[in-house]
Ligand binder design. Structure first.
Ligand code: CMC
Length: 392
């Protein structure tokens, strides 16, 4: 029929059934395949969570060993990829390089674009993507710095290998600090899926046309980049730094965020679904405290963030609108303490979210969902006749 229900921004429209992630925004509950995020963050490893999301059950030891082995064995990227890196100016944001190179994988693995693939072929592309995103991500940073690229090391676990590729130099071998690797593991787990958010919906929508896994995830990376979504983690640190430069008056910035004539928003605050504390933010806040203590880092931005949070949480504007800190509010403080440069924060988010994107893409294919094709309510001109250019 011609009847269309309008729901701008899909605030209340379900786009799919899904058995992957449960989220209750009123209660602040998040579970992957039924397992509470708090338990996974405490006890699990990122690859174990990736397996859980993608294949639906916690792996046995041999399933996990097998999965980790395959991912480790695919961590090298084709040497020709380096030429593509060389073509990007050093001013390129790492997210642009990441999305381009993930899409470029279709060129190196042309069978990945076949709409019909066996389970083995799909698994192979999953291993490749899980493995190579870490190498590509670390190389975006090295490229930006003008430093020599590091090749992956198969004797290291997923997080330690990434840190090694980021921070090692031919002149000085980086020794992986287990505190740093553990913190990274936890952050990646906390970011691993979040049901039908903007980037995941993008991955599913693009994939619904039978586009490849690499092409669909590349689109998701671009959706994540925006400051209202994953790009917020970079924006939070930049906001905290500007508050610091301005003298540290957090109330002033809370007032600015309330001013409807000012486009400024409190970055890392508010969420489409959570009308309560974001359970990920709760864990990250405690982790930020722990990690800074363990590493002996004293970052004045942490105090500014705590004061800002307090000022906002007690302000009627934020209380009435149920605006709480989200996952991005404290994550940047941890990344910074781990030595990750600000421009890489959203890349880390993408690495963490990858298993979720893969799981959602795979679920959509397996359920044989139809192509996504929203309707609209037309508000343009009614029919009119063409006017010759000289008569306009
Ligand atoms: N600062 C000030 N006011 C805000 C904020 C904020 N951070 N967030 C929402 N509001 C106000 C907004 O102006 C609106 O007020 P009013 O009812 O008077 O018009 C009300 O709260 C509802 O906001 P909305 O924009 O209609 O809500 P939304 O669901 O469309 O947007 C959001 C959600 C996350 C985009 C938004 O809260 C926001 O812009 N936050 C800052 C960016 C951010 O931290 N993004 C990360 C999201 S979490 C994880 C991720 O995806 O990366």
């Amino acid at each position: 029929s011609g009847y269309v229900t309008l729901d701008s921004g899909y605030k209340n429209t379900g786009a799919t059934k899904s058995a992957i992630t449960f989220l209750d925004g009123e209660e602040g509950i998040l579970r992957y395949r039924g397992y509470p995020i708090e338990q996974l963050a405490e006890k699990s490893s990122f690859l174990e969570v990736a397996y859980l999301l993608i294949y639906g059950a916690l792996p046995t030891q041999s399933e996990l060993d097998n999965f980790s082995h395959h991912i480790t064995m695919h961590s090298l990227v084709h040497e020709d990829m380096r030429k593509i890196f060389d073509g990007f100016p050093s001013s390129t944001h790492p997210m642009a390089i990441l999305s381009s190179l993930v899409c470029a994988l279709t060129g190196f693995y042309p069978k990945s674009i076949d709409p019909v693939q066996s389970k083995e072929e799909i698994d192979l592309n999953i291993y490749r993507l899980m493995a190579k995103i870490s190498t590509i991500a670390a190389w975006t940073y090295k490229n930006q710095m003008g430093h020599p690229l590091n090749y992956p090391r198969n004797d290291l676990d997923y997080c330690s290998n990434f840190l090694y590729m980021m921070f090692s130099f031919p002149t000085e071998q980086y020794k992986v600090n287990p505190v740093v690797a553990r913190a990274l593991n936890k952050l990646l787990i906390l970011h691993a899926d979040h049901e039908q958010n903007c980037s995941t919906s993008t991955v599913r929508l693009v994939g619904s046309s039978n586009a490849s896994l690499y092409g669909s995830v590349s689109a998701g990376i671009n959706a994540l980049w925006g400051p209202l979504h994953g790009g917020a983690n970079q924006e939070v640190i930049e906001m905290l730094e500007s508050i610091q430069r301005d003298g540290g008056d957090t109330q002033k910035f809370v007032d600015k965020a309330k001013d409807k004539n000012d486009p400024f928003r409190l970055m890392g605050f508010g969420h489409r679904v959570y009308k309560n504390f974001d359970p990920r933010a709760k864990i990250i806040k405690v982790t930020a405290d722990e990690v800074l203590k363990e590493l002996g880092v004293n970052d004045p931005l942490l105090t500014i963030a705590q004061e800002l949070e307090q000022a906002a949480l007690t302000d009627p504007y934020f209380v009435e609108r149920k605006l709480y800190p989200n996952v991005d509010f404290y994550s940047g403080i941890i990344y910074k303490a781990l030595g990750i440069p600000t421009q890489m924060f959203t890349v880390l988010f993408a690495m963490g979210r990858l298993p979720g994107w893969i799981a959602q893409w795979k679920e959509m294919r397996e359920n044989k969902e139809p192509i996504g094709r929203p309707r609209q309510i037309y508000t343009g001109a009614t029919e009119r006749d063409y006017v010759e250019i000289g008569n306009r």
